[in-house]
Design a protein around this ligand. Structure first.
Ligand code: IVH
Length: 669
């Protein structure tokens, strides 16, 4: 390879590694870990071959991750390094041999652990008290996530042990147990929300959530894998792990001391099969020299210790045929390609579809119809296409080209600056976008019309009965009864659901309108500030900026929404239908408020009272309502079909449950 070619390739690879690193730490990776490691390895190889061409800010010299601006940044007392990785058993042999060469005539014992697939965290204890939890960040400084780490039940907040060092640091992996992740995703799907991709990204996102009560409900867990202190003469890594166990940490009972390469390889093979039975995802194993003095003599490279190495398992990968690619149009007009595959069994499930993130990812793959494609399933629930076997491509097969026009309405697609996603700009007329907005309107967290499922909305839209959300309130008995699958009772229930939504409070109606960038929290803040829709419609951008959490982008989006004649007509129609477009007037507080100082979470449906009315009753009696179960909650009011996550959280945290009857009795004035 010429100098010039190497220079170009190094520049390209450095940019690609940097780009994918950023996406990974934003929880939105576009390529698999394996593909990323391959890129990085290629860059390392080239830099070794052409050391003068290494860029000054090369990603090979840095530990990944970026701190977020929402948390205070904290300097690590000892840098948080990463591990050198390999996918090859021969490299493990090499690692052992080179350690032996550097420590001639010494007996080396290795400590093997699992490589937990979560988020690295460093915990600082002073006088036995957990004072600080910090993410890895750039390896030198990370985010202070102490409040969030404190919600982890298995993490000792105070250690009462004899001869405890005054200060020490525990490093380990925060993770979401797979069973809990699956339960959470089930609940999300039932709520009509997109499921999360994998427990690792969910853990990273959760740790960087500002609402501690939401973090508590996500029930993260933690496995420590290192103890750092200058105050104790630790001889081996293993001693540190046993001390942590004595101090009340939960370790994974999977570690093993090994003396030979053969023993290490047996450990690797054992967990390759057994990993599916673990409560946590792992992506490999870690082999560490056990003796601390030997570790010190082996030392460190710029990025990683020479006394440890990670062996990573290759994700399960299979070849199948790409039958076609379809394009989904979301509520916001975002276009997502979906690959339809000849069904095959992969990692225990039948795979029929795979995601291709966007047009760029599709172009890079260079897909043709009928291609044999490699599909990979790592920790993610949606499998990914990672490559194409071009040698098996028939000469006549046609390339798949990302559409220029919207598959829903034929409008020319657009791309926003610096975004890889294509959008359909025909917000007003595009049928999938309009259907998407109606589905959002009826969503549990918006108008909560659970009698109107996705299929019913599509049928009514296609029949021309439902053009916009306001049409729901004009539906007649016979319109619904005529639909496939509807009988008398289900039709009545559907109409009752629509009628009941007229009592849904103003802030939820505001959220239901699907104004771009107006989520639940912003809707609540706008409702509190403006009190009614007319005041909001009449507000200037400057007035909106006075509302907490409303910035320029949100304010402009709201103004643009109400400038649109069609949207103003929708508001008039919703008003005429009798929806709550103003905050309820405050009712006089009773003389004595029996629930003062008590906090409640409500979940499920109630027989004798509407959910909103029950909430009002609790507030009226001085009670405070929270949305998530945490240790700060006094009671979980559980109706029919109460959320399994909330029930599980209440059980774990010992929060007592209240039945419908009990809460009604407690709120009698
Ligand atoms: S030891 C000097 N042990 O893997 C580095 N790391 O690249 C010491 N990890 O994000 C790390 N399980 O959080 C170690 N048993 C284990 C681990 C482990 C997972 C993670 C670690 C870091 C990455 C290292």
């Amino acid at each position: 390879m010429t100098q010039q070619a190497a220079k170009e390739e190094i520049a390209q690879l450095s940019a690609a590694v940097h780009h994918h690193n950023v996406l990974y730490y934003q929880g939105q990776p576009e390529i698999t870990d394996y593909a990323f490691d391959q890129l990085l390895e290629k860059l390392v190889r080239l830099e070794k071959q052409f050391p003068d061409l290494r860029l000054p800010n090369s990603p090979t010299q840095r530990v990944g991750e970026y701190t977020t601006k929402n948390f205070a940044t904290v300097q690590h007392q000892y840098p948080m390094l990463s591990l050198s990785n390999t996918y090859s058993e021969a490299e493990i042999q090499k690692f052992v041999k080179s350690a032996q060469k550097l420590l001639p005539n010494e007996k080396i014992t290795f400590f093997c652990e699992l490589k937990f697939d979560g988020v690295a965290m460093s915990l600082r204890y002073k006088e036995g008290i957990l004072v600080r939890a910090v993410t890895r960040g750039d390896g030198k400084k990370g985010d202070d996530v102490t409040r969030n780490a404190e919600t982890i039940q298995t993490l000792p907040k105070q250690i009462l042990a004899k001869d405890l060092p005054k200060a020490f640091e525990v490093r380990g992996e925060a993770f979401m147990p797979r069973a809990h992740f699956e339960a959470l995703n089930k609940a999300r799907i039932a709520d009509g929300e997109e499921p999360w991709a994998n427990p690792r990204n969910t853990t990273a996102g959760t740790l960087k959530t500002l609402a501690t009560n939401v973090v508590a409900e996500r029930m993260l867990d933690f496995y420590p894998y290192s103890l750092k202190t200058e105050a104790l003469p630790l001889k081996t890594h293993e001693e540190g792990i046993h001390l942590l166990e004595m101090w009340g940490f939960t370790t994974s009972p999977t570690y093993k001391r090994c003396s030979t390469v053969a023993e290490i390889l047996t450990y690797i093979d054992h967990w390759a099969v057994e990993k599916k039975n673990l409560p946590v995802d792992i992506d490999g194993i870690v082999i560490k020299v056990n003796d601390v003095a030997q570790q010190e003599r082996l030392g460190y490279t710029a990025k990683s210790p020479r006394w440890a190495i990670a062996y990573k398992y290759k994700p399960e990968n299979l070849a199948t045929t790409l039958e076609k690619v379809t394009y989904q149009v979301g509520r916001t007009g975002a276009i997502t390609p979906v690959a339809h595959l000849t069904p095959m069994l992969l990692a225990g499930t039948t795979v029929k579809r795979a995601s291709i993130y966007n047009a760029d990812a599709m172009r890079q793959l260079g897909l043709h119809l009928g291609d044999r494609v490699f599909v990979e399933k790592g920790g993610d629930i949606i499998p990914k296409i990672t490559g194409v076997n071009t040698t098996q491509r028939k000469p006549e097969s046609k390339p798949i080209i990302f559409p220029a026009y919207c598959p829903g309405c034929n409008t020319l697609l657009v791309q926003h600056q610096d975004e890889a996603i294509h959008y359909c700009p025909n917000e007003k007329e595009c049928p999938p976008q309009r259907i998407g907005r109606i589905k959002h309107f009826v969503h549990k967290r918006a108008m909560d019309i659970d009698t109107m499922g996705s299929r019913t909305i599509e049928l009514l839209f296609n029949k021309g009965f439902l053009h916009a959300p306001a049409d729901l309130y004009q539906l007649r008995y016979e319109d619904i009864y005529a639909l496939e699958g509807f009988k008398e009772r289900s039709t009545q229930r559907a109409l009752q659901g629509i009628a009941a939504s007229k009592r849904i409070p103003f802030e939820k109606v505001l959220f239901a309108l699907a104004i771009r960038h107006v989520g639940e929290t912003v809707a609540q803040k706008l409702a509190n500030h403006f009190h009614n829709i007319d005041a909001l419609i009449g507000a200037t951008t400057a007035e909106m900026l006075l509302v907490p959490e409303v910035g320029e982008k949100i304010a402009q989006s709201i103004v643009a929404y109400f400038l649109d004649e069609k949207n103003r007509k929708l508001i008039e129609a919703l008003k005429a239908a009798g929806l709550q477009l103003a905050m309820a007037p405050p009712t006089a507080a009773p003389d004595s408020q029996p629930l003062t100082g008590k906090t409640f979470v409500i979940s499920g449906n109630f027989q004798s009272i509407e959910r909103e009315a029950l909430k009002e009753r609790i507030r009226h009696c001085g009670g405070k309502l929270l949305s998530a179960v945490s240790k700060n909650v006094d009671y979980l009011v559980a109706g029919d079909k109460a959320g399994p996550i909330k029930l599980a959280a209440a059980q774990t945290l010992g929060v007592p449950l209240l039945s419908e009857e009990e809460i009604i009795n407690m709120t009698q004035l």
